[in-house]
Structure formats: C-alpha cells, structure tokens
Design a protein around this ligand. Structure first.
Ligand SMILES: CC(C)(COP(=O)(O)OP(=O)(O)OC[C@H]1O[C@@H](n2cnc3c(N)ncnc32)[C@H](O)[C@@H]1OP(=O)(O)O)[C@@H](O)C(=O)NCCC(=O)NCCS
Length: 154
C-alpha cells in the first residue's frame, strides 16, 4: 500500500460524496450530496484532503478553518481500507498542517455510539469537551447525542 495525501478543491466533490456514501450507513444523515460538498468547498477556510492508495481513493478528511480554530467536518475511510491506520494518518497529517499554519485548537462532533471514530479521535489526543443532546437521528434512526471533542495543537 502506497499512500499519498492530496489537497483537493470543489472539482473533487463527486468523489468525496461517493466515498462518504460508501463509508456511512445508507440512511445516515452524514452522507452529503456532491452539490453540498462543492458548496462547502467554495466557502472560505474549507479544505479537503483525499487519501490515495497509488491512484485509488481510500478516504478523505474535510475541514474548515476560522481564525485560530479549525473543525474536522468529516473523516471517512472506505470499508476495504479500514484498520490499516489510514484514519490515524490522515488526522495526524491534518494536525501537522494545523500546526504549520498557526491553528491552536481543532474541534469536531461525533455521534456518541460511533465507537470506531471515538477510539480513533481518542488515540489522536482529542478530548470530549461537550455534548449536544439528540443531535443525530432525525430520519427515524436511533437518536444519538453528539459529543464535541477538542484537540489542542502542540
Ligand atoms: C472511523 C474511521 C474513519 C476509522 O478509519 P480507519 O482507517 O479504519 O482507522 P485506523 O485504522 O486509523 O484506526 C486507528 C485507531 O482507531 C480505533 N478504531 C478504528 N476503527 C475501530 C473500530 N471499528 N472499532 C474500535 N476501534 C477502532 C483503534 O484504536 C485504531 O487503532 P488500532 O487499529 O491500532 O487498534 C472509519 O471506520 C470510517 O470511515 N467510519 C465511517 C465514517 C465515520 O464514522 N467517520 C467519523 C465520523 S465523521
């Protein structure tokens, strides 16, 4: 496996949307349309990194910067590529980039029962700093709180 981390713009919205749809459960409200992702990537401070295995997409990380803070909006790894430290590496890549450009804190939201993501973020030194009650599950899924996590850039 030869991984590379590639910054992409709104032209990649279609592929990001496809990776996301294949990464989340089908009915998940976390799968965004290509148009919604393209809109996001046109807005200031938003950035995306696609992880390629040779030339095959394996996952991505979508983020937004606002001054000294950044937010991870979405991180996904395709099922066939899981548990190979790709999620870990793309987050570390983003943490290093955040440090390089002077970001102090990185925030994210994660569903309370998303054990894989919680373990991944914990391993990368994110701490739980808040909770939004019943934030996920408006489409008839089980309602879940969102946990807000923060990483202090060091
Ligand atoms: C969460 C996700 C990005 C993890 O990607 P990944 O590349 O498989 O993660 P990694 O291989 O880098 O795992 C790093 C660590 O996270 C934890 N982890 C990852 N997947 C896990 C799982 N299914 N169960 C428990 N812990 C898990 C482990 O601590 C793991 O370290 P280890 O393999 O040494 O035990 C991936 O499962 C995914 O895309 N899920 C669907 C989308 C999603 O929920 N995104 C996050 C919310 S936006």
């Amino acid at each position: 496996m030869t991984l590379s981390f590639n910054s992409v713009k709104s032209e990649a919205a279609e592929i990001l949307s496809e990776i996301q749809a294949r990464s989340f459960d089908q009915n998940s409200e976390q799968a965004w349309s290509a148009a919604a992702i393209a809109d996001l990537l046109h807005s200031p401070g938003t950035a995306a990194v696609v992880v390629l295995d040779d030339s095959d997409p394996a996952g991505f990380l979508l983020s937004r910067r606002a001054g000294p803070e950044a937010e991870i909006l979405s991180v996904c790894v395709l099922p066939a590529y899981r548990r190979k430290a790709i999620g870990h590496q793309v987050i570390r890549h983003f943490q290093a980039e955040a440090k390089r450009i002077g970001i102090r804190e990185i925030f994210l939201e994660v569903a309370e029962y998303n054990n894989a993501a919680l373990a991944l973020y914990g391993k990368n030194n994110f701490e739980i700093v808040g909770r939004r009650r019943h934030y996920y599950g408006n489409r008839g899924e089980r309602k879940q709180d969102a946990l807000i996590m923060k990483y202090r850039v060091k």
